[in-house]
Design a protein around this ligand. Structure first.
Ligand code: CDP
Ligand code: CDP
Length: 219
């Protein structure tokens, strides 16, 4: 039977991780949230109070990082400690684009991501999966939505918070801009990726579309 590899890229809040999880479950695939890996490196650098590229790359090269799927979520461990709960703080979110632009960081992460994909039957989501990590993926989706929709989705996730919708929208724009304009592996749609705008679609409808694209390519 054919091994499935699905690459899902797109900007922040597009629905990549929620949709990838659904698709992976329905197709009985492994799900790899590559953003969580870059977030883990960022968290660890902040914890160690290091910010220089050289120091961060050195840290990454000697880091004991493990990834494992537990129930519906991908968990990240550093030196055996499960750090998943710390990965989505605003401090990590506002520093992750800078850290993930370092070549040495990307080299190490891409190596790990390809190792997971090698086994086949995997859905990977991120920014450069279709363009750099897995250019031969069977199906590539560039998932997007209007910036207002994406900000609103994130705003709804944060319950007790002082932040405003406007602030979230600004932060998303700032991060997208950094991810799209960096020299190494910028966020862009691969030429052979399907552009899917899900501003007006539910998660289920978006997953249904991807499954129908999958059925077409696997015929
Ligand atoms: O969930 P959200 O879209 O907000 O972000 P994420 O997927 O967790 O990714 C966090 C950050 O990691 C992105 O803004 C990128 O800077 C970086 N990233 C990357 O450079 N390459 C990837 N394949 C995945 C994430
Ligand atoms: O991974 P990414 O940053 O692209 O997005 P996400 O974390 O999967 O989705 C951000 C939020 O938008 C989640 O709360 C999703 O449930 C929600 N969402 C939605 O309500 N409808 C969609 N069509 C896609 C995402």
């Amino acid at each position: 039977m054919r091994k499935k590899i699905i690459a899902l890229d797109g900007p922040a809040g597009a629905g990549k991780s929620s949709v990838s999880k659904m698709v992976a479950k329905r197709l009985n695939c492994t799900y790899l949230d590559t953003g969580a890996m870059y977030r883990a490196i960022t968290y660890e650098a902040l914890k160690r109070n290091i910010s220089e590229e050289k120091e961060i790359v050195q840290m990454v090269e000697n880091l004991n990082m493990d990834i494992c799927a537990k129930e519906d979520t991908m968990h990240v461990f550093i030196d055996g400690e499960d750090i998943t709960q710390y990965l989505r703080t605003s401090e990590v979110s506002s520093n992750v684009s800078r850290v993930s632009a370092f070549q040495g960081v990307r080299n190490a992460m891409v190596k790990l991501q390809r190792k997971v994909a090698e086994k086949g039957n995997a859905v990977l989501d991120g920014r450069d999966i279709g363009t750099v990590v897995l250019p031969d993926a069977d199906l590539k989706i560039f998932l997007t939505a209007s910036v207002h929709t994406r900000a609103l989705r994130r705003y709804k996730e944060l319950k007790d918070t002082d932040t405003t919708l406007e602030r979230i929208e600004e932060e998303i724009k700032r991060r997208d801009n950094l991810d799209m304009t960096r020299k190494i592996s910028p966020l862009r749609k691969a030429d052979d990726a399907i552009l899917l705008d899900n501003s007006d679609l539910t998660l289920e409808e978006t997953a249904d579309k991807i499954i129908s694209y999958w059925k077409k390519v696997s015929e």
